[in-house]
Design a protein around this ligand. Structure first.
Ligand SMILES: Cc1cc2nc3c(=O)[nH]c(=O)nc-3n(C[C@H](O)[C@H](O)[C@H](O)COP(=O)(O)OP(=O)(O)OC[C@H]3O[C@@H](n4cnc5c(N)ncnc54)[C@H](O)[C@@H]3O)c2cc1C
Length: 378
């Protein structure tokens, strides 16, 4: 028998909804569900002291695909499929901004740029503007080659630049803080530093085993939402996803102003931006896709060296730069580009596999899951 008090048992064990994972999707699910069902007891269970998945490790791009990423998608997707993918990402970004407010998340419409090493990327602008016109009504992409000298890129390497006027950036930390505060204000509770070990669906609810400092504890929930993205297989082995680790480095503050914008290269695998007058640079996962298909945090020295080399050779050539931060974060990928909404049993649901676009897609996916939970509540 556990040593819980009568009071603890009557007030802290049973929940209307337990959400596993305090990332963007978990917070959005909990918030939207709580707003729709204010009398329900909703708790987010998070393994870290604060959210410790991709949602606090990302680059803060509010994007929907660079021109070469879209060109890659176009190899397998029809024009309609591509348009609906872009629409979901673009409208998802708007949803996040409307929910939390541009000021609180430090949203800036800086414009996105794709670096072109061959010098022929601009030839695709007309086609993709034409494809995306039904959604944006205006041209999305433009030839921005003339900006290369002003951005101080190495001109023998960076031969072209394509601008996306609808892309922006946020402060990822501020966004997650604002999201958690909003959820708390709505009545959502948080249990942090708590690992969900497993669950069993019973006739009257879901029994959820959690690991705490005091040992393992059984909680009960009417419904369970798994918002565990790359870590989902530990709880739902049949989920069709593979982890993909991404890494980021950030320089020390610079004495000069780095270019304003969100920048991509190598079909979106690499990216950089100005973050607090430092350069934040990440990606290069494509150099070791197999090695990076892991849920273990860590720095791949090969990728780190390549990122540093890119900084020196063409992003900020002949500038003194020192790296201040290096971290990794784990994403989830699959065959399709769209996230998964799964319903493994009547009371258990999951919203996972956000790829590298969770900033744009996470809010909407969580809202969709909250609606589904409301509709299937017994
Ligand atoms: C380096 C990097 C850069 C990125 N850049 C961008 C970008 O610029 N723009 C963009 O749109 N997207 C970007 N992404 C992707 C984006 O961050 C993710 O798609 C998004 O954060 C996923 O959100 P999530 O809530 O599904 O998952 P997560 O944020 O990973 O949340 C899952 C949470 O579940 C918790 N958890 C897991 N298992 C358990 C358990 N058993 N018990 C308790 N808690 C558990 C984890 O601790 C974690 O906090 C980037 C990702 C990385 C790694």
């Amino acid at each position: 028998m556990d040593m819980l008090s009568y009071w603890e048992k009557s007030s802290f064990i049973h929940h209307g909804l337990i959400v596993v994972g305090g990332g963007i999707v978990g917070l959005s699910t909990a918030l939207h569900y709580q707003l729709a069902h204010p009398k329900k007891k909703v708790v987010v269970i998070e393994r870290g002291l604060f959210p410790s998945g991709a949602s606090t490790k990302n680059a803060g791009f509010v994007c929907f695909g660079s021109i070469s990423e879209l060109a890659e998608n176009a190899r397998t997707d029809s024009q309609d499929e591509l348009l609906s993918l872009v629409e979901k990402r673009y409208k998802g970004g708007l949803e996040l901004r409307q929910l939390l407010g541009d000021k609180r998340i430090d949203y800036r419409l800086v414009g996105g740029y794709e670096l072109d090493f061959q010098g022929d990327l601009h030839e695709r602008i007309f086609t993709f503007n034409d494809w995306l016109r039904p959604l944006f009504k205006r041209p999305v992409f433009s030839d921005a080659r003339d900006n290369i000298p002003a951005f101080s890129f190495e001109q023998t390497i960076v031969k072209g630049l394509v601008k996306n006027q609808f892309e922006g950036s946020i402060d990822t930390g501020k966004m997650m803080d604002a999201f958690a505060r909003k959820a708390r204000e709505a009545g959502v509770q948080f249990y942090t530093q708590t690992d969900v070990l497993h669950y069993v669906e019973q006739a009257n609810g879901v029994e959820v085993a959690v690991s705490t400092a005091e040992g393992t504890l059984q909680l009960m929930a009417d419904q369970l939402a798994l918002c565990t993205n790359a870590f989902t297989k530990a709880l739902l082995p049949e989920a069709d996803l593979v982890p993909g680790r991404g890494m980021v480095i950030v320089t020390k503050p610079l004495k000069w102003a780095p270019p304003r914008g969100t920048f991509h290269y190598h079909s979106g695998y690499n990216y950089f931006r100005n973050a607090g007058n430092r350069i934040l640079l990440g990606g290069a996962r494509h150099l070791d896709l197999k090695g990076e298909a892991t849920t273990q945090e860590g720095i791949n020295s090969r990728l780190e060296s390549q990122l540093k080399e890119d900084l020196k050779s063409f992003i900020a050539p002949e500038r003194p730069l020192e790296v201040d931060y290096a971290w990794s974060g784990i994403m989830a990928f699959g065959e399709g580009k769209s996230p998964l909404l799964l319903h493994p049993s009547p009371r258990v649901h999951a919203a996972v596999r956000l790829g590298g676009m969770g900033v744009a897609l996470g809010t909407g996916l969580g809202k969709e899951l909250a609606l589904h939970l409301g509709a299937t509540m017994s």
